[in-house]
Design a protein around this ligand. Structure first.
Ligand code: CTP
Ligand code: MG
Length: 221
């Protein structure tokens, strides 16, 4: 069962507010992208990687992959305006023989191998997809104009992370449907009627959105 990873790194990083895309902001001694790339490259469950870079950053992404010796990288393609457009660009470059496609945010640099192992195992059980998730710790309120409207029962609520793994033809079909706006791939596969298993996520898969997130991830390196 060949597993291909699509590493989406084509966002602008507006909330981080640096002078370059988030994937190229420094984390430790290298651009942030180096960390998730190295981890996917070294992950025993992953066979090949397609990197999706911001326009005009394809070359630096390829050079970085070479610099860190990421030998599983098959291609670096240009991302699109939205995350879904970028995922589509990456998936278009995955060959038909791929059985599983794992989509991962470069903005979640600290990817533990055992999360990937759980995702791949779930697909072996016959699910269309699998996503890592964490239980919700805080009390959740629905608000409207700064006023609480209701308390949302926490039971059955989780926050989901990436990587998200899918049976390749299922993800391709979900991406081919038009007009869906989604912040993750599971939303697209759900809308297409797919069955997706939730597996245990990991706190270290924190998404770097702000400067404080970047500092936290740097401290965990
Ligand atoms: N992403 C992408 N292409 C886009 C938008 C996002 O490949 N057009 C990727 C980002 O590079 C990131 C992941 O999707 O790895 C999650 O997106 P997010 O955290 O929102 O990153 P940015 O869009 O870069 O940040 P911001 O929204 O603050 O601009
Ligand atoms: Mg964004």
């Amino acid at each position: 069962m060949s597993v291909w990873a699509v590493l989406v790194a084509a966002g602008r990083g507006e909330r981080l507010g640096e002078d370059r895309p988030k994937a190229f902001v420094r984390l430790g001694d290298l651009p942030l992208l180096a960390e998730p790339l190295r981890r996917l490259d070294e992950c025993p469950w992953v066979d090949s990687v397609v990197v999706v870079a911001p326009p005009e950053w394809e070359e630096p992404a390829i050079l970085l992959a070479e610099e860190i010796g990421a030998s599983k990288v098959s291609a670096c393609v240009t991302g699109g305006e939205t995350r879904t457009d970028s995922v589509r660009a990456g998936v278009d470059d995955v060959p038909d023989e791929a059985a599983v496609i794992l989509v991962h945010d470069a903005a979640r640099p600290l990817l533990p191998d055992d999360v990937v192992e759980r995702l791949v195992a779930a697909l072996g059980e016959g699910y269309d997809g699998a996503v890592p998730a964490l239980p919700v710790a805080d009390t959740i309120k629905r608000v409207d104009s700064d006023v609480i409207r209701e308390t949302v029962p926490r039971d059955g609520l989780v926050t989901v992370q990436t990587p998200q793994a899918f049976v390749a033809p299922v993800l391709r079909a979900a991406l081919a449907r038009d007009g869906l706006r989604a912040t993750d791939c599971a939303t697209l596969v759900e809308a297409a009627g797919g069955r997706i298993k939730v597996v245990a996520g990991d706190e270290r898969l924190l998404k770097v959105t702000t400067k404080a997130d970047l500092e936290r991830v740097a401290a965990w390196l």
